[in-house]
Ligand binder design. Sequence first.
Ligand code: GAP
Length: 475
Amino acid sequence: MSTDQNKFQAIISHCKEYGFVFQSSEIYDGLSAVYDYGQYGSELKKNIKDYWWKSMTQLHENIVGIDAAIFMHPTTWKASGHVDNFSDPMIDNKDSKKRYRVDHLIEAYAETLPEAEGNAVLAQMDELLKENDFAGLKTLIEEKKISCTVSGTSNWTDVRQFNLMFSTQLGSVTDEASEIYLRPETAQGIFVNFLNVQKTGRMKVPFGIAQIGKAFRNEIVARQFIFRMREFEQMEMQFFVRPGTQKEWYEKWKEERMQWHLSLGTDPSKYRFKDHVKLAHYADAAVDIEFDFPIGFKEVEGIHSRTDFDLKQHQEYSKKKIQYFDTEINQNYVPYVIETSIGLDRMFLLTVCNAYEEQDLSTPEKQDSRVVLKFPAKLAPIKLAVFPLTKKDGLPEVAQLLVNECKQHFHCYYEEKDSIGKRYRRQDAIGTPFCVTIDHQTKEDGTVTIRYRDSMEQERVPLTEVKNIVLSKIM
Ligand code: GAP
């Protein structure tokens, strides 16, 4: 299995050093699997969000967006099945007391094996998970002598289920009735608003509701940086269809979502589909879109055919009719749902991993290197950096005028400190696609040097053209 832990560690360090991602409350030694986004990280994250939101809502006339609350009535989670089923098989090491998610423990072991052998272990695990065969999973762990990373021993408890929802108290009375959950997925906010949106928006099936928001899961094995977090963000879309047409729509959304990923210019060989072996309690078909991270192929997005499970459950628990009258066939029904669900933080990690390059630029005369983040221009935190060659002769004033003109349209960065070469390197490290230098010639003929991040080529262009050049690449 091809993993590159060194590259992954370098990316994590780079994210911190250049203001993309910090550990949460780091001055108190951090909080496990919780992260903060810094000055460039929050811009990148927002650009990814906007790109998804636009592709879902603006480019689909039959998809609208909502923004539901994180707290929901506790019965929501009873109805959705999360109270009873949102759990993972776990195993504890008796010596270290460390708890592991069984699939993660076995996957980590499989990664240490040659590819064919690793795949055989994973296939065995998939089969046992599908059958909910906990004793079999324990036997597999023991047979393979899989050990705890802390104690180094294979002294394991039995495999047990562990619910992943966080709960808290609403108000000041700590009785059971006031216990509520932090939502573990955004989807339920969409389901409970199905009728509100359908009626007020006069939506006709098939139609979709999209949402971006925080979700919370008490992940037991929370590792690998922002890949698996306890507080994270999801971008989900529920597409409501006529019963019987769900297979067709499932295939359509599978294809459409893959195209969305590829529209960012990523090499298609870095993506693959992986069908779910063990289906969630609500699904009749499900597939993951996986990306080739430095830590191996991992899930970024799930496409799930959720049947009419959720709406029917909410209908039953709320005792309110949740149905749609289809005028084309003169029938009332509970719509079926195709869900596309992508982790924003995972998409962020994917974008950084895909963009990160360490380049050796040495020549016989001089040793040189750079770290560059080759973000798609539309996602880059800063689009244009503007440098006056010197701090005098009126060059800063010309540069500032350009910034003032462009910042109405996109994010700019002005810098006059250090050599131009150093300034380029700093922008490469945060992924700025265009740098413009204002020099003495600018004052004579109105041209500037524009430098392209990826090719490092430079050319002279009219100062008045800079804004349009950048705009044409980021739209
Ligand atoms: N509503 C369906 C649902 O939540 P999921 O496969 O559990 O399905 C969807 O989650 C996506 O959310 C995943 O593909 C992943 O990108 C992201 N995700 C899930 N758990 C996560 C975690 N602990 N940290 C970061 N992202 C996570």
